[in-house]
Design a protein around this ligand. Sequence first.
Ligand SMILES: C[S@@+](CC[C@H](N)C(=O)[O-])C[C@H]1O[C@@H](n2cnc3c(N)ncnc32)[C@H](O)[C@@H]1O
Length: 231
Amino acid sequence: MQSFKTPITPEMHYDDWALSYDSDMKGWDYLAPGRVADSLRGFMVDRTSALRCLDVGIGTGLLSEELHRIRSDLEIFGVDISARMLALCRRKGRFRKLRRVDVGRDRLPFPDESFDIVASSGVMESVGGIGHAIGEMARVLKPGGMMVFTYVPGTGHPLGNAQTRALRPGRTTDGRFVMGPMTLHAHNPLKVRTYAALSGVKPLPPVRFTGYRTYVVVTVDYELFVGQKRL
Ligand SMILES: C[S@@+](CC[C@H](N)C(=O)[O-])C[C@H]1O[C@@H](n2cnc3c(N)ncnc32)[C@H](O)[C@@H]1O
């Protein structure tokens, strides 16, 4: 089994994982994309006009594929830190502009108020700068638009996050991917809601669910943030 002496970055982690990501996720009961899509179903179905969506940390496009099941005409843009995940996503040929961006640090490459929906699944635990990310996601969201993302709730202190320590490096003997010792960030729910409110997004009641179970019996519990930008 491969081992890593130093923690790997999210970019290294997902570049390495990209090729088997879709098939691994099928075996992990990965519920996050479906839960994010379900929370947007009513909003998407109620509106008859064209809708534009930004998928933050789009990866190979699993969340966007769920959103397209609800509305096939949804115009989807995506950003991600991993060039290899984006390359695989691009190959699916279903999405508009796909850009390489670190959402914890970079300005999103879109004008203010460009999207009806800004959605993200399975990403924020890789992102240290969630306040920056929420501010940028809110900036590009239209008034009345929906912001939905999953995150791992916690105190925000790295040692308080057992999941970080439980992760194991490398691949199983049959070649399946197992997470490396990447720092995962749990985020304080009160802070998440405060960042959103300060960015003009009104939080709705949160929902907790088990996001996935990995091959090495790591269970990741998520909180789903759902908010609407004030008119
Ligand atoms: C677990 S995957 C989720 C992908 C997709 N949203 C899904 O639900 O299948 C996490 C994704 O977030 C991306 N990511 C991690 N940190 C990021 C960051 N700081 N900025 C942008 N993307 C990031 C990774 O490259 C990866 O594609």
